[in-house]
Design a protein around this ligand. Structure first.
Ligand SMILES: [Zn+2]
Ligand SMILES: [Zn+2]
Length: 392
């Protein structure tokens, strides 16, 4: 037999490429769905057929491959996972002729077939054969995510013990890795089982609603929600932050030019203004120098006693920056004049700022100007012109 019909295949690919180039925008959508239905998915079905014959023949050993999966990896530009998924699918399709036909006709997408093949692997192909018609019907009307739910349900009905074993295997794979700080960031990587994932998602969703004029991305809001949760769990429950311990010199705390960075005892360094913000509300710095900053400007004055905190919250009721309405549990107490500069920890020198606005005022360089009663206007930072950019 002559070699594979490469010329014809390439001609079809060119046909489609030309068609997309010339298509009206209104026609492209139809073209995309047709390309999958009558091209890509049936081709995957054909590929599966070929893979199955090739595996059975064992001819891949002639290329020095140890198995069909390694062969696919090195000859078909597939990752190990993608290759194994195709081999698994090809094996199961042999025993699921109706599924294979629907796949070849483009009625079933590749991902649906992969889900069905995994189900057959988990509960045995015989059980899937018995329910093939109804599973196919579900697959044809659902997206792969929804169909995965149906397939899992089916697995449970057929073999609850196997479903439990699979869930237990998944549970064993749970892990969370928190990296050392690098470039000012700490990376999180992890896997949670379905229950843990649902608990996390529910907890984050409840805390990531955007506030007024909130320009954070969903990812940023989710990250803030996670940190906020931990802050409250490790704090005293009333919004008092957990005991982060920071080492900082007097110069850092005063924001003097040339001062060293602050150091987190848990690892990582912090810019001076971040040290000043954290020290603004919380009792967590270990100060070095100038009589330990006159014994922390007489310890009593820099700790915010719970009664003072309650009084500030009762007076301000929410973050006072702009029109912000974040409630007290999402705020810090900000010293208008920093305590390190002698600002008293007394009601007239304290205001509630949500964490975003507190950060804007410290790290962002924004100013606060008294507005309507109980409100402070945000004053944009004066642009700092770097020395080298200044004209002589
Ligand atoms: Zn502050
Ligand atoms: Zn605010």
């Amino acid at each position: 037999m002559a070699g594979p019909p490469i010329k014809e295949t390439q001609a079809v690919v060119r046909l489609w490429a030309d068609w997309f180039r010339g298509a009206e925008p209104g026609e492209i959508g139809e073209g995309l769905s047709q390309l999958r239905e009558s091209g890509i998915d049936p081709f995957e079905a054909v590929f599966a057929e070929g893979v199955r014959r090739f595996e059975k023949s064992g001819a891949y050993v002639a290329d020095g491959a140890l198995g069909i999966v390694p062969w696919l990896r090195s000859n078909c530009k597939l990752s190990g996972g993608a290759a194994a998924e195709r081999v698994g699918g090809a094996r199961q399709l042999e025993h699921l002729p109706e599924t294979h036909k629907a796949f070849a006709r483009g009625e079933l997408g590749y991902q649906h077939v992969a889900v069905l093949a995994r189900t057959a692997e988990h509960v045995g192909v015989a059980a899937v054969q018995k329910a093939e018609a109804s599973l196919l019907q579900a697959a044809e009307t659902m997206d792969p995510g929804q169909f995965t739910g149906v397939a899992k349900n089916f697995e449970h009905r057929v073999d609850a013990a196997a479903a439990l074993a699979e869930a237990n295997r998944a549970h064993e794979r749970r892990s969370l890795h928190v990296s050392e700080p690098s470039d000012g960031l700490v990376r999180l990587d992890g896997l949670l089982d379905v229950e843990g994932g649902a608990i996390l998602r529910t907890a984050l969703d409840a805390r990531m609603l955007p506030g007024k004029d909130d320009d954070r991305t969903p990812g940023q809001r989710r990250a803030d929600a996670l940190v906020d949760l931990c802050r409250r769990k490790t704090g005293d429950g009333a919004g008092w932050p957990p005991h982060l311990i920071i080492r900082a010199s007097v110069e850092t705390l005063l924001g003097a030019a040339g001062a060293p960075a602050g150091e987190l005892e848990a690892g990582g360094s912090l810019p001076a203004e971040t040290v000043r913000r954290l020290a603004c509300d919380t009792a967590l710095t270990r100060i070095t120098g100038r009589g330990e900053l006159e014994a922390e400007i007489s310890h009593a004055s820099r700790n915010i006693p719970p009664s003072t905190r309650r009084a500030v919250a009762a007076r301000d009721r929410h973050c006072v920056a702009g029109s912000c309405d974040r409630p007290p549990q999402w705020t810090d107490v900000h010293h208008l004049q920093h305590w390190a500069q002698g600002g008293p920890t007394k009601l007239p020198n304290l205001v509630l700022l949500c964490r975003r606005h507190h950060r804007m005022v410290h790290e962002g360089g924004w100013g606060l100007r008294r507005g309507e009663p109980g409100r402070w206007e945000l004053v944009p930072p004066v642009k700092l012109v770097p020395a080298h950019a200044r004209s002589a």
